[in-house]
Design a protein around this ligand. Structure first.
Ligand code: MN3
Length: 248
């Protein structure tokens, strides 16, 4: 290949690598987008405390990377766009969620998406953690055994038709309960149809969270999820919830 045709083919490849709307992002494109959008509004994509390949046995690297730099980044960007020039720009996500009825659907979907994913990254860990302490006792008191709690949670995760989330929460009477929400709704939202509570554990059951590895087998994904739960974080959230501490 001479220099001219080399340059020509490189230019064609360069054009093909541009991200067009609706195209499936490669991890590299998604990362470039993520870097480019940093600092463009009050809401930021959190850095993860582990590598994208940290969960290979449960969640593959490509899914982790696209989920973080593609999907979560999009919720952050869309939320920043949606609140631009409004008083919500100065609020925390929690404050927006608490009064979500005041906002348009675009804020609800993207504030929910941003909060839910931030919560989700903190819910999982590649390190082995053990369920001990006050939450362990409370789960057994409520469900007789931790396995029965997991069974009810799995039912909620599988029963959520289409995209959504399954949640383990603490209610205002400090009691544990399990629920699910569609789309990017969550139990912090003051919205008709949502059972309100303080989430302590969540599972993303959107297909984007598991489809590359599990395809239609959502049950296998839910079963494997228990291997990566960060019980230290879930215990801490439980203790804060029963102490009445919540983020403003
Ligand atoms: Mn997701």
């Amino acid at each position: 290949m001479d220099k001219r045709s080399f340059l020509k083919s490189t230019a064609v490849l360069g054009a093909a690598a541009l991200v067009m709307p609706g195209m499936l992002l490669t991890p590299k494109d998604a990362q470039a987008n993520a870097l480019e959008s940093l600092g463009k509004g009050p809401f930021k994509l959190p850095k993860l405390p582990y590598g994208y390949d940290a969960f290979e046995a449960t969640i593959d690297k490509q899914t982790m990377e696209l989920h973080h730099t593609g999907h979560h980044q999009a919720y952050v960007d869309n939320l920043n766009d949606a609140v631009k020039g409004t008083p919500a720009e100065a609020l925390t996500v929690e404050a927006i969620l608490k009064n979500i009825k005041k906002y348009k659907d675009v804020v609800r979907n993207n504030a929910g998406g941003h909060w839910n994913h931030t919560f989700w990254w903190e819910t999982i860990t590649p390190e082995k953690t053990t369920l001990i302490g006050g939450l362990n006792d409370a789960l057994k008191k409520k469900w007789t055994s931790v396995d029965l709690m997991k069974a009810e949670f799995t039912k909620a995760a599988l029963g959520q038709f289409g995209s959504g989330w399954a949640w383990l929460c603490v209610d205002s009477a400090k009691q544990l309960f399990i629920t699910s929400t569609p789309n990017q709704d969550n139990p912090l939202m003051d919205f008709p149809g949502i059972i309100k509570g303080t989430p302590i554990l969540a599972l993303d059951v959107w297909e984007h969270a598991y489809y590359l590895k599990y395809h239609e087998k959502r049950r296998d994904y839910v079963t494997n999820f228990w291997n990566i739960v960060n019980w230290n974080v879930v215990e801490q959230r439980y203790q804060e919830a029963i102490a009445g501490k919540e983020k403003k």
